[in-house]
Design a protein around this ligand. Structure first.
Ligand code: SF4
Length: 226
């Protein structure tokens, strides 16, 4: 797995353990590599690096996160309330973030025609353009240089870590349909908008929607169920 260039953190012990016959990588000389603190440190550093460019593009971190969320969220989740929950902010802060993105013409706010009490948010073409040159783009480009098998292992590990943290903090999972207990694969084969169905709303879901994150997601007992 690709790792950061600096191998020994300041103050760490001198490298001592090596496996004979094995090519040494950064983690071979880092005695703290397996610690929870090390994982937290690396994730925070990646986040800081990504956000550095966010500020350079005149969007604050919350605005970047909200824009990115809207690009990935399904139709049940593109609302100010879902943004607030996803970002773990107050309603007021989420509302300010949405207002700023609307002013910058990166997203659009309309009334949901099916429920006029609800506001629906959509990312605009300019918002997608900004996102494509945004902080996550660099991270995605670097990740795409990893071996596919390493990337899969990393995604699975980070997904497990995220789930654990969300459970510990009693947070919503915002997961994908494939891991949701309401997902009914192939249940709407003959319906427009299918071939799948959401068992919560009973509406058909197409393949693209199953790859979006959902505010109503409720984890299946076994990951991968459905
Ligand atoms: S199946 Fe679950 S994750 Fe998918 S749309 Fe329905 S509630 Fe959301």
């Amino acid at each position: 797995m690709a790792t950061e260039a600096r191998t020994v953190p300041r103050g760490a012990a001198t490298p001592s353990r090596r496996t004979p016959g094995r090519r040494d990588g950064p983690e071979d000389v880092d005695e703290n590599a397996g610690s929870g603190e090390r994982v937290a440190d690396m994730i925070e550093r990646l986040g800081r690096l990504a956000r550095f460019r966010g500020h350079a593009d005149r969007l604050n971190a919350a605005q970047w996160d909200a824009l990115r969320f809207l690009a990935r969220a399904n139709r049940y989740s593109r609302s100010p309330g879902a943004i607030g929950t996803f970002l773990a902010t107050t309603k007021g802060t989420a509302s300010q973030t949405v207002n700023a993105l609307c002013r910058k013409k990166l997203i659009d706010r309309t009334i949901d025609p099916r429920d006029r009490r609800r506001v629906r948010l959509e990312i605009l073409p300019r918002g997608r353009e900004v996102l494509a040159g945004g902080p996550a783009h660099d991270l995605a480009a670097a990740a795409s240089e990893m071996a596919p098998s390493d990337r899969s292992v990393l995604v699975a590990a980070l997904n497990g870590l995220l789930g654990t943290l969300q459970r510990r903090n009693d947070r919503q999972s915002f997961g994908l349909c494939a891991t949701c207990r309401f997902f009914r694969r192939g249940d709407a084969l003959d319906s427009p908008g299918g071939p799948h169905r959401c068992g919560l709303t009973l509406e058909p879901l197409n393949d693209a929607e199953t790859g979006q994150i959902c505010a109503e997601h409720s984890a299946a007992e076994k990951i991968g169920h459905g």
